[in-house]
Design a protein around this ligand. Sequence first.
Ligand SMILES: [Zn+2]
Length: 232
Amino acid sequence: MHFKESEGERATQKRQLRPSVKIIAAVLVLLLLTAAGFRLHAWMEQRDEARVMVLVNPWNDVDKSGFVPKLKTVDGVQVDQSCAGELSRLLADCRESGCSITITAAYRGREEQLMLFNNEVNRQMLAGRSADTAYTIAEQRVGTPGTSEHELGLAIDVQGAAAQTWMKENGWRYGFILRYPQGAEAITGRSADAAHYRYVGLSAAEQIYTLEITFEEYTGMFFTQEAEIIFQ
Ligand SMILES: [Zn+2]
């Protein structure tokens, strides 16, 4: 009798335990899933950040970079999807502050780049320059086909002095940097250009703006030991 009773008690205890075990298991699974979700999110963010760090200049061409733009339309122009959200925010904030801003160029394909390049060569030759000089100027101002950031969909040209001033002060807040500053021609391989802005992501843009360096210098530092010390 006594034995039976204790067995009955144990069974009751088991039944009472079962729901709490289930709850604990559910909570554990939920925690694991949340942790996995966070890790996945962080991994995707890191992957996107790394993707937009692509360096394209006269010495590093688009084809070699392997970057394939995924285009999205913002304000009537096409850009890579990575910067579409920030660009929309930038345009809205700029306009809200009373600034008139127009993007005159964003993504362009290889053929359009070739056409622009040839036009610039012709323009320089018509102005009396030799073919060699005309080619060099076009190389520095427009970029030979395959070396323009516009082919990445990560660059925009901003029209107007007021908009350019606003961009110079605020572009980095949206991940955009002045890509060809005055005095950095030897580093960038391109003529200074107040209109051309490049998306590099929020943290890189802030560092480049604060340190007053070029994207070439930033990517150079980024992959060295020195950089790890600076940015840690
Ligand atoms: Zn440009």
